[in-house]
Design a protein around this ligand. Structure first.
Ligand SMILES: Cc1ncc(COP(=O)(O)O)c(C=O)c1O
Length: 403
């Protein structure tokens, strides 16, 4: 039987080099907590221009640990966007906080910072604790503007940069600022799920320039346990150590707060390190693919390629995790593509309209721009190994549908 080739919207790229790197880690001395974790963290921090990185089991764990490190408490109000994967908001709920969704700017699809400012200025100071902006589709939020607002009202910033390794915005001095570089946000998180730029199977990372938060994250990642004798609170006697030598026993470690096991493994980091070497090439390929889509759809009447229309002057490098079209008769187009083996995807059903968040009172028409965006958006195949022939097939299949 001649099996029809499926073209997904996103796909990992595993090379011989990756396989060799992982195989070497598998037969090495460490399967879980080995030296490749720190090496991967250092290389990734370097890649995004941040000082520190903490690799974890997935992007959701990265969000959860960040929410804990930023001390979200029950009842704390935290602002985020509804145009994201649910995990960006869920991390607030994990800590008992209240999620306050703000609409998107219809030009960039990013959280509308003017609306954030308005919300804050209309509330008593201290009402809101933090903001979680999302670099949606791979376009970096203007974090300089975000930080100005956050500083004015005493908010922390947790940047969800899952879509944006390699993305950047231009600050007011004309300097390019990479997503996740820690200069504006307190913490940033990334995911290494296979559809993302760098894959480790499941995987995620938190970047920061704040050494205190970094140390706290390391402890929270591993049960809240520390091995640092300088900060032990139990006495040497309580630990069963020698009062003559005045030392803690060699085996002793202390659980000082409630943490988790969100540790990534050494062989996953071997894959991450190998993938990271090709991150710039993959990003370049994504930009090429996006430009071809832009050109192909520039004169189409029933579909809009928003990439061509972005007027925001802060956008520098778009990471193109997603390439989104706004299409009339989106359902018809989706089904037509699927019938032709092209598995487009919708990013995202608005998070505030998910049944879980409706149960907090969120409803239709609360966020008109997100809802109008959802009625038309469709993500086209976008990954470095998408061939020219496949892309032409995707483009022709779309244009034919509207003929
Ligand atoms: C914007 C965003 N935030 C968070 C996550 C969660 O990452 P993970 O799937 O690695 O838990 C994702 C992944 O889909 C995402 O796209």
């Amino acid at each position: 039987m001649n099996k029809k080739k499926i073209i997904p919207y996103g796909k990992q790229n595993i090379t011989e080099e990756d396989i060799v790197a992982v195989s070497k880690a598998l037969v090495g001395d460490y399967l879980t907590q080995g030296p490749l974790i720190k090496e991967f963290e250092e290389h990734f921090a370097n890649y995004v221009d941040a000082k520190f990185a903490v690799a974890v089991t997935n992007g959701t764990a990265a969000l959860h640990l960040s929410a804990l490190a930023l001390s979200i408490k029950p009842g704390d109000k935290v602002i985020t966007t509804s145009l994201t994967f649910a995990a960006s908001a869920n991390c607030i709920r994990y800590c008992g906080g209240e999620v306050v969704f703000v609409d998107i700017d219809p030009n960039t699809f990013l959280i509308d910072l003017d609306q954030v400012q308005k919300l804050l200025s209309n509330s008593p100071k201290g009402t809101y604790k933090g903001i979680i902006p999302v670099d949606f589709a791979g376009r970096s939020v203007n974090l300089e503007q975000c930080k100005k607002i956050a500083d004015e009202y005493g908010l922390w910033i947790l940047e969800d940069a899952c879509h944006a390794p390699g993305a950047s915005f231009i600050d007011s001095n004309g300097v390019s600022q990479k997503a996740g570089n820690g200069k504006f946000a307190d913490l940033a998180i990334f995911s290494f799920h296979p559809v993302k730029h760098i894959a480790t199977g499941e995987g995620g990372i938190i970047t920061t320039n704040d050494e205190k938060l970094y140390t706290k994250l390391l402890t929270l990642r591993s049960h809240g346990i520390t091995r640092d004798a300088a900060i032990f609170t139990n006495s040497i006697e309580q630990a069963g150590g020698s009062l003559i030598d005045i030392t803690y026993p060699g085996w002793y470690m202390e659980m000082q707060e409630l943490g988790y096991n969100y540790r990534i493994t050494d062989f996953q980091c071997a894959l991450g390190l190998s993938q990271l070497k090709r991150a710039d090439d993959g990003h370049k390929k994504r930009i090429e693919i996006a430009h071809k889509y832009d050109l192909a759809f520039q004169n189409a009447s029933k579909i809009k390629s928003p990439g061509l229309e972005i007027s925001a002057n802060f956008v520098d490098q778009h990471a193109y995790h997603l390439y989104v079209l706004l299409a009339e008769d989106r359902l018809g187009l989706y089904n037509h593509l699927k019938a032709n083996g092209i598995y487009a995807q919708i990013h995202y059903y608005p998070v505030h309209l998910m049944p879980y968040y409706r149960s907090f009172g969120w409803k239709e028409n609360d966020l008109p721009f997100v809802e109008s965006y959802y009625s038309k958006c469709i993500s086209l195949p976008m990954y470095p190994t998408l061939t020219e022939e496949e892309q032409v097939f995707v483009i022709e299949t779309i244009l034919n549908y509207y003929k």
